[in-house]
Design a protein around this ligand. Structure first.
Ligand code: HEM
Ligand SMILES: *[C@@H]1O[C@H](CO)[C@@H](O)[C@H](O)[C@H]1NC(C)=O
Length: 520
């Protein structure tokens, strides 16, 4: 499986036509759109018959279902919430498919427990992203990055934490040179994305490449290139995908541009492995090294392309999701600056005692809770725990899901459900740290814990394997901000409105947060 965490983002941008504007002229765009309308209408119609018995939210007559799909694109949460309130299982029209959605914590649990042979995450992610065309064909065949993220990256978080903290510090100093006596307006999404790209790549490829502007530009723009491919693929009927797919230029171009940055390093490391075996003094401890070793073990040592693609794919799954999530959190802080002092007290006393270590971060319950609560209220996607049925499946309420159906859980509705959270509509940053103080609840409400009530990282066997890394990185960033700056919005403003594209929840992309160096 190549696509991973970015898959659900991709799914929702399928028809975000403006992404295409730089690459296609208008008549080609129009032809594409018309073709898409036709095919989608036909496709939705045919599939509808097999899904007849599952209640539909919105109209389902031929052309009307296309209008419903358009409404879903603009206002997915309203549609999902209506289904969530009325049914345990319902379906909604997207442009090129129906999604069957389950409601409530109990159904979330049931969905995640279905075995891979019945409900496949990998097939869902691959189908949605068309990863062999839009991401990287070798990575789809050999998803070594997933294994390396799940095992090596997570296991090495403690030794790598000082590096992450150093890179975060270095990036903030350069990108946010705020002074004590005046407020500096910072374009938040852009700046936080850059910090995240640098800090993540410090761990992916090491200090020299992570500060190389050309490398960073290729790695960071890859997500947009993939989404562009997803959009085009999503507009065409299935039989055209294998014909057009191999000619998509974007991801191939990125792979080609990336190759000269990483291949010499890979070759050098292969030579050292040959000379010294698997242990030598000064052997790098980064994702690239683990990937090289993983490729060697799998008999893929000579597949340079696979390694280049794996680095790009790691960037795709890591940077976009983390940037969205962190920007939401920063907006919450800027809109509620009364919490800065509380977080600062916690972080400062712990850092003074322990320094920047993984253990120290583990003690920062309020900081952890702040990020988790921000993501509960404003996650990256309205759906999660996505699957494709590989055979007919009958759910506990009697609903029959035919093979081939795309199924998901309603993330936002789950997170705003009063059954799961008291005053669910309210942003209460210390909701989870307060719960952890109760008897026997200490470990259930950490940022990285998934549950049937908290599915922002998915849930079950395929829950995001990068979440341990993401939580550490984002905690270092938020801790760094409260220790070093005051933040707010201009005129003490509120959190700016999100942008919703189908099921994706994007923080306002151009909003500025005011930073001032903290006065001691
Ligand atoms: C706050 C940031 C992040 C969020 C919100 C997030 C969210 C998700 C979600 C929802 C899934 C799919 C689970 C499902 O549908 O059941 C996923 C999968 C995945 N994520 Fe993340 N993710 C984040 C950060 C990262 C990072 C930093 C990495 C890598 C270092 C990563 C790597 C992956 C991979 C490889 C998969 C696919 C897993 C598989 O193939 O089984 N993610 N993520
Ligand atoms: C997320 O944040 C915005 C404000 O930025 C808020 O209006 C919205 O209701 C929040 N929740 C969801 C589920 O989008």
């Amino acid at each position: 499986m190549a696509s991973g965490g970015g898959a659900f983002l991709c799914s929702t941008l399928l028809s975000d036509v403006h992404l295409l504007q730089h690459d296609m002229d208008q008549s080609a765009q129009l032809a594409c759109i018309l073709l898409a309308v036709l095919c989608a209408t036909l496709y939705l119609r045919i599939r509808f018959d097999t899904l007849r018995t599952i209640p539909t939210i919105g109209p389902s007559a031929p052309v009307l279902s296309y209008i419903a799909a358009y409404k879903f694109l603009r206002n997915a949460q309203e549609v999902l919430q209506e289904g969530y309130n009325k049914h345990k299982v319902f379906k909604v029209a997207m442009l090129d498919r129906w999604i069957v959605v389950v409601s409530g914590a109990k159904m979330n649990e049931e969905l995640r427990r279905l075995p891979d042979e019945a409900m496949s995450f990998i097939d869902a992610a691959d189908e949605i992203t068309q990863s062999k065309y839009t991401i990287a064909p070798d990575v789809q065949k050999h998803p070594i990055h997933v294994k390396v993220i799940k095992e090596h990256l997570t296991r090495n978080l403690a030794p790598l934490l000082p590096d992450i903290a150093e890179e975060v510090d270095y990036s903030f100093q350069e990108l946010i040179p705020a002074k004590q006596d005046e407020w500096l307006a910072v374009p938040a999404y852009k700046t936080m994305s850059e910090v995240i790209a640098r800090a993540s790549n410090r761990v992916f490829v090491g200090i020299s490449l992570c500060r190389n502007p050309q490398y960073l530009e290729i790695a960071s723009s890859f997500a947009a290139e993939v989404l562009r491919g997803c959009t085009v693929m999503g507009l065409m009927p299935n039989f055209l995908k294998p014909i057009i797919g191999p000619h998509l230029p974007w991801s191939r171009r990125a792979i080609k541009r990336m190759a000269p940055h990483v291949i010499p390093i890979i070759e050098q490391r292969q030579r050292q492995l040959e000379a010294h075996g698997e242990d030598w003094t000064g052997k790098p401890n980064d994702l690239l090294m683990w990937l090289v070793e993983e490729a060697n073990h799998a008999g893929l040592a000579n597949n340079m392309n696979l390694l280049v693609q794996s680095i790009l794919t790691a960037n795709f799954v890591a940077v976009h999701t983390s940037s969205i999530t962190f920007t939401h959190a920063l907006y919450h802080l800027a809109a509620n600056s009364q919490y800065t002092e509380i977080l600062r007290d916690e972080v400062e006393s712990i850092i003074q005692q322990d320094g920047w270590t993984k253990i120290a971060l583990g003690k920062m319950w309020k900081l952890d809770s702040f990020l988790k609560e921000s993501q509960r209220v404003n996650g990256t996607s309205h759906i999660s725990v996505m699957r494709i049925a590989l055979k007919d499946v009958v759910l506990s309420d009697g609903t029959m899901i035919p093979a081939g159906t795309f199924v998901a859980a309603a993330a936002t509705s789950t997170h705003l459900d009063e059954e799961n959270y008291e005053n669910a509509e309210i942003f209460n940053p210390f909701r989870f740290s307060d719960k952890r103080l109760e008897d026997g609840e200490k470990n259930k409400h950490q940022y990285v814990s998934t549950s049937s009530e908290y599915i922002g990282f998915g849930h079950g066997k395929h829950a995001c394997p990068g979440r341990f890394f993401a939580a550490n990185e984002l905690k270092v960033m938020l801790a760094h901000i409260v220790l070093n700056y005051d933040v707010m919005f201009e005129n003490e403003g509120k959190k700016p409105d999100n942008i919703f594209v189908a099921t994706t929840v994007l923080p306002a992309p151009d909003a500025k947060v005011l930073f001032r160096k903290r006065s001691l």
